[in-house]
Design a protein around this ligand. Structure first.
Ligand SMILES: *[C@@H]1O[C@H](CO)[C@@H](O)[C@H](O)[C@H]1NC(C)=O
Ligand SMILES: *[C@@H]1O[C@H](CO)[C@@H](O)[C@H](O)[C@H]1NC(C)=O
Length: 198
C-alpha cells in the first residue's frame, strides 16, 4: 500500500520534472502575422516575425527556390541596446539589401524577380533545439510591353481623332464656300430678273 503511493508520488514528481524541463527547453515561440507576401519589382519587403525563447537564439534566414538554397545571413541579438547584435553575418550578395532585426524580422530592399520563392527562418537555441518558419514571396513584374501597347493605341486614337477633326473642318469650309457661291449665283439671277423689264 505505502509502496504503491510512493510509486505514484514518484511518477508525479517525474512527470513534473519532465514537463518543467520541456517547458524550459521548448520555449521557442515564433510569431509571424503574415506568411505570404506579394510585391512589385524594386519594392521592399519585411518578413515580420517576433521570436522569443528562454535563451539568446541564433537566427538564420535561408532562401529557397526550385533547387537553389542560399544562405541570406545569420545573427544573434545581444549587446547594449535591444536592437543591437552580438553577432551578425550577412552573405556578401545580400549585404547592401538586407536589414536584420533583433526580433528575427528580415527586411529585403529593391526586390528583383529572382527574389521570388521561399524564405525560411531557423531559430536555434544553444541547447540545440530549433524551430523553422517558412514564408512565401511573390514578386510581380511591371510589364512594359503592355504600357508600350497602350501608348501606341493612344497615339493611333489621337491621330484618328485629329484626322476626323481636320476632315470636319475641311467639310465645313467647303460647305460654306458652296453656300456662298450659290448665294452669289442667286443674287446674280435676281439682278438679271430685275434688269429684264428695263
Ligand atoms: C520586429 O521588429 C521590427 C523592427 O523593429 C518591426 O518593424 C516589426 O513590426 C517587428 N515584428 C513583430 C512581429 O513584432
Ligand atoms: C558567415 O556565413 C557564411 C555562409 O553561411 C559562412 O560560410 C561563414 O563561415 C560565416 N562567417 C562567420 C564569421 O561565421
Amino acid at each position: 500500500m505505502w509502496n504503491r503511493r510512493l510509486l505514484e508520488l514518484h511518477d508525479i514528481w517525474l512527470l513534473f520534472c519532465v514537463t518543467y524541463v520541456c517547458h524550459i527547453a521548448g520555449a521557442i515561440s515564433v510569431l509571424a502575422p503574415q506568411r505570404s507576401v506579394t510585391r512589385w519589382v524594386q519594392e521592399d519587403v519585411v518578413f515580420s516575425v517576433s521570436v522569443s525563447c528562454s535563451g539568446v537564439p541564433t537566427l538564420r534566414w535561408t532562401f529557397m527556390s526550385g533547387t537553389v538554397s542560399r544562405s541570406i545571413g545569420s545573427w544573434r541579438p545581444g549587446g547594449n541596446s535591444p536592437s543591437s547584435f552580438s553577432f551578425s553575418n550577412i552573405t556578401e550578395d545580400y549585404r547592401d539589401r538586407v536589414e536584420a532585426h533583433a526580433n528575427g524580422s528580415l527586411g529585403l530592399a529593391r526586390l528583383r524577380l529572382q527574389d521570388a520563392g521561399f524564405y525560411v527562418l531557423t531559430v536555434q537555441e544553444d541547447s540545440g533545439l530549433s524551430e523553422d518558419r517558412g514564408f512565401v514571396l511573390k514578386v510581380n513584374e511591371v510589364i512594359y510591353e503592355d504600357l508600350q501597347y497602350l501608348s501606341v493605341s493612344a497615339l493611333v486614337l489621337a491621330c484618328l481623332a485629329g484626322l476626323l477633326m481636320l476632315s470636319m473642318w475641311l467639310l465645313d469650309r467647303a460647305y460654306r464656300k458652296i453656300k456662298a457661291c450659290r448665294r452669289l449665283r442667286e443674287q446674280r439671277a435676281d439682278n438679271d430678273t430685275e434688269l429684264h423689264p428695263l
